[in-house]
Design a protein around this ligand. Sequence first.
Ligand code: DGJ
Length: 578
Amino acid sequence: MKFRIFAYCAPLVFMAACSQTTQTKSTSAIPQLQKQGTATQMIVDGKPFLMLAAELHNSSASSLEYLKPIWPRLVAMHINTVLTPVYWELMEPEEGKFDFSLVDGQIREAGGNHLRLVLLWFGSWKNGMSSYIPVWVKTNQDRFPRVQDKDGKGVEILSTFSAANRDADARAYTALMRHIKQVDTEHTVIMMQVENEVGVLGDSRDRSEAANKAFAEQVPKELMDHLQQRGDELYPDLHKLWQGAGGKTAGTWEDIFGKGPATDEIFMAWNYARYLDQVTAAGKAEDPLPMITNVWLSGPDRKPGDWPSGCPEAHVMDVWQAGAPHIDAYAPDIYSPNFAQVAEEFHRAGNPLLIVETSVQTADVNVFYALGQHGATSFSPFAIDSLGMPRGGGEMTPPEKLPLTGSYEIVSQLAPLILEHMGKGTMAGVLLAGDDPPQTIALGNYKLELSRPRLRRPAPPPAAAPAAATAAAVVPPVPPVPPGAPQTQERSSALIISMGPDEYLVAGSGGVSITFSPNSPGPPMAGIAYVEEGTFTNGQWVAGRRLNGDENGQGKNVRMGGFGNNGRIQRVKLYRYH
Ligand code: DGJ
C-alpha cells in the first residue's frame, strides 16, 4: 500500500509552499498579472495565486460593524479574496478632505483573516448611474455636467465629456491609491476595479452639446490605427460594421461605422475608455496594482442603452483596448445561463478572463468550468454576504453546508495544480445542463466523452402482483439515488487535469460520467486500470476508496455525483488493450 502511494503519487506531489491558504505575506513584490500560455495568472507575493473570490453586496462596506461577522464566514467558505467597494461619497465627503477609515478597516480586517482584497472604486459610475458620487458633485451640475437626453434634460449620470468630472474623479482615485500604497505594505489589496459597469442607460449615447460636438468630429487616429492593425481579428460584429460602412480609414463616427445605435455605442465606448484610462493611469502612477473594469452584459432583443451603452461589451472591447491601455482586463459579470459562451467571448484578443461577478446560485457548478476550461484568473460570485440567509430572516445556513463551500474546498485543494496547468492545454472544463447531449474533448492521449446521467424517475406501481420471474428475466437492482443527490441538479460541471500519459484528475459538481477512448497511437481500446478518490493534504495526494464497482460501472467510466463520490477528487489511471 505504501509503495503504491509512493510510486503513483510522486507526480502529484507539489510544494506545500504553493498552497493558497498558507501564504505568508511580504512587503516586497507588487501584485501583478502574468501570462502563462493562454491564461493569465495573478502573482501575489511573487507566487501564482488563484483568486477564489467573492463580492459583497454593494453597501456592505459602508459599515465596518456590519462586516465584522462576515469575515470569518468567508474564511470558512474557503474564499481567499474579497471584492468590496470603496465609495467616493464617503471617502471624500468634502472636496479635498479624505476619510480613509473604511478602507483602513477593511484592509485590517481582511489582512487579519488572511484574506486578500480587490477594491471596487465606486467613483463616477456604478451600474451606469452616478449614485455614489459625493453630494458636492451631485449638487453642482454646472461644474460637473451630466449626460443629457434628446430633450436636453440631464440624467443622473456624469458626462464623460467633461474634464472637470474626470479630474475630480482622478484626484480622489489618486489619493486612494497613494493611501493604499502607504498603509498596505503587505499587499492585502491585490487589485483594483475602476468604476463599475459604466455606460449610458436609457439612450444609446450622451446628447449633450459637448457630446454632439465630439460626435461630429473625426474618429481619433489611435482608434483608426488600432482597427487597421487588428483587421479581421477584430470582434466580428465590429469588423462587419466598419467594413459594411465602406472600410474607410478616416472620417466621422457615422462615416466609419454608419448611422445607428451601434455607432453611438462605439462612440461612447471610446469616450468612457479615455475617461477611465486617465483615472486608471493617475492611480497607477501612485501604486501600480493590476486595474480592471467590469461589464454589464448586453443581450439579444435589446439595444445599447438597455445595457449601459459604451460598457466594454465583447463587441466593443477592441475599442476599449485602443482607448484604455492602462486597463488590464475587462471582466464580464455573468448572471446569464450562457456562462460558457460569455467566458469564451471575453477570453480573446489578449484579454485575461477574470470573472468578478457571477450568480451565487450557480457558482458552485460554474467554478469548475471557468478554472478548468479557461484557467480563469479569478472567480467571484456576487452577494456572498447573504448566501445562506433564509428569506424572511432566521438562522444563516452554516458555511460548511453551502454547496459553494464544497466546491471552493475542492478547488483550494487543486489550486497549485490548476495554477501549474492553466493555459497549457493540459486542463479542461465542461459544463452540461438539462438534457444537453454529451460533450467530447481531446485531452492528453485520450478523448473524453462527458455526459449527464439520465434521471431515474420512479417506475409506476405495478397493476397486479408480478408473475414469478424467471432467472433470465431478473434485472440487476438499480442502485438507489440518495435523496437530494445531484443527479437532479439542472447543471453539472467537471474540471479535468491530464497528469501524465494515462492519468487524469477529475473533480466537479453535479452528475457527470466520463468515458475514455484512445487519441494517440497504440492499442485501440482504453480500459480503466483503477479509480481512486482522495484529497490533497499539504500538497500530497492521500488516496481514499478505490472505486471499481457500481461507482464506475464496473470499470466502464468515471462517475461523479452519486455513490458518495459527489464533491470528491478522483484520480483515474487508464491502460490500453486490443
Ligand atoms: C451588477 C453590479 O455590478 C453589482 O454591483 C450589483 O448591482 C449586481 N449587478 C446586482 O445584481
